[in-house]
Design a protein around this ligand. Structure first.
Ligand code: TYM
Length: 333
């Protein structure tokens, strides 16, 4: 069975609909027929300052949410990146294979460092995509299910894999991104030409999975649309309405053309009201399940150690080959 790997950062109290519709939904579906490794990227999280207590709590919260949404720890390995030391080890090796200018071209660094200024951003933020390449290559996955914003990191990953393979010996598999066309990029409800993101200036446009459902409903009802009244999918001319239709379609499976028909001549209020209901029905049981899982922290810890055990075994094997091939002197057994 083909292997898949993906990761998510524990940098908020809740995952949002961009995470879910772009990536996590695929994580759940791809468990069937794949050998799946799902990682909570706490080492990526510390590329910007994190409060230690909050980070630890959000790591557990992330695990609970993954299980609550349907990831089955019996089939898929759910693990915490820092619990598998090979990630840091391979990242260093790949750092040494990456050209400075190549790392500089990563647009996420440009975006994320823009606020504080490039000079104040951490070196970790700069080499972030290289750690991500290590995360992936260690497991030699066929696919990496992600949203569109990760595409450039996947390209770098493939470049580094190829470089290592040609400089030393064929060691890594070139992974393919697995991106869902319809929901590759979910937009902010208040600013529908910007991606829905936890670092948005205001929470008003972000639907969080663990928000009070009433708050989520309200956010949908106040989503920015346009001054027409026609429910029509047109990303260029009507980004707000199109984003709502995308979310509606993804949550219900109702085709966009059918939704356009159903709301013809009815205006945006009806569309928003109905979508708000769909979202409430989705998040309410999810919240309950997440809370129940958090009641048994020892069990969550067990799931994560089991995941780290399984991931660590695969990663250690890759690492042993890597160290050998680059000429590190192994210890006598
Ligand atoms: P992160 O934590 O920012 O996001 C997790 C996943 O959610 C997707 N996503 C979106 N998809 C569609 N629309 C949106 N508005 C939206 N916002 C987020 C992201 O594309 C991602 O798939 N660098 C990664 C974490 C990572 C990783 C990895 C991923 C670390 N190592 C190895 C894959 C493989 C990140 O910050 O994702």
């Amino acid at each position: 069975v083909p292997r898949i790997l993906s990761g998510i950062q524990p940098t908020a109290d809740s995952f949002h609909f961009g995470n879910y519709l772009g990536a996590l939904r695929q994580w759940v579906d791809l468990q069937d027929g794949h050998d799946a490794f799902y990682m909570i990227a706490d080492m990526h999280a510390i590329t910007v300052a994190q409060d230690p207590k909050v980070l630890r709590e959000r790591t557990l919260l992330s695990a609970a949410q993954l299980i609550a949404m349907g990831i089955d720890p019996a089939r898929s390995a759910i693990f915490v990146q820092s619990q598998v030391p090979a990630h840091a080890q391979l990242a260093w090796v790949l750092n040494c294979l990456t050209a400075f200018g190549e790392a500089r071209r990563m647009t996420q660094f440009k975006d994320k460092s823009a606020k504080e200024g490039e000079g104040a951003a951490s070196v970790g933020l700069f080499t972030y995509p290289i750690l991500q390449a290590a995360d992936i290559l260690l497991y030699r996955p066929a696919y990496v299910p992600v949203g569109e914003d990760q595409r450039q990191h996947l390209e770098l990953t493939r470049d580094l894999a190829q470089r290592f393979n040609s400089r030393y010996k064929k060691t890594f598999k070139l992974p393919e991104p697995h991106i869902l066309k319809e929901t590759a990029k979910i937009f902010d409800l208040q600013n529908p030409t910007a991606k829905m993101s936890k670092s948005a200036p205001s929470p008003a446009g972000i639907i969080e999975l663990l928000d009070d459902p009433k708050v989520s409903a309200k956010k949908i009802r106040s989503a920015v649309t346009d001054s027409e009244a026609e429910v029509r999918f047109d990303v260029e001319a009507k980004p707000g309405v199109s984003n709502l239709l995308t979310i509606y379609n993804a949550l219900t499976g109702r085709p966009i053309a059918e939704l356009e028909q159903a709301y013809a001549g009815r205006g945006y209020g009806d569309l928003k009201g109905d979508l708000a209901e769909v979202v409430v029905d989705f998040v309410t049981p999810f919240r309950t399940r997440t809370r129940q899982l958090l009641d048994d922290r020892a069990e969550l810890q067990r799931v994560l150690s089991d995941g780290a055990e399984r991931a660590g075994a695969v990663a250690a094997r890759t690492m042993e080959q890597v160290y050998d091939r680059i000429g590190f002197l192994g210890r006598d057994a």
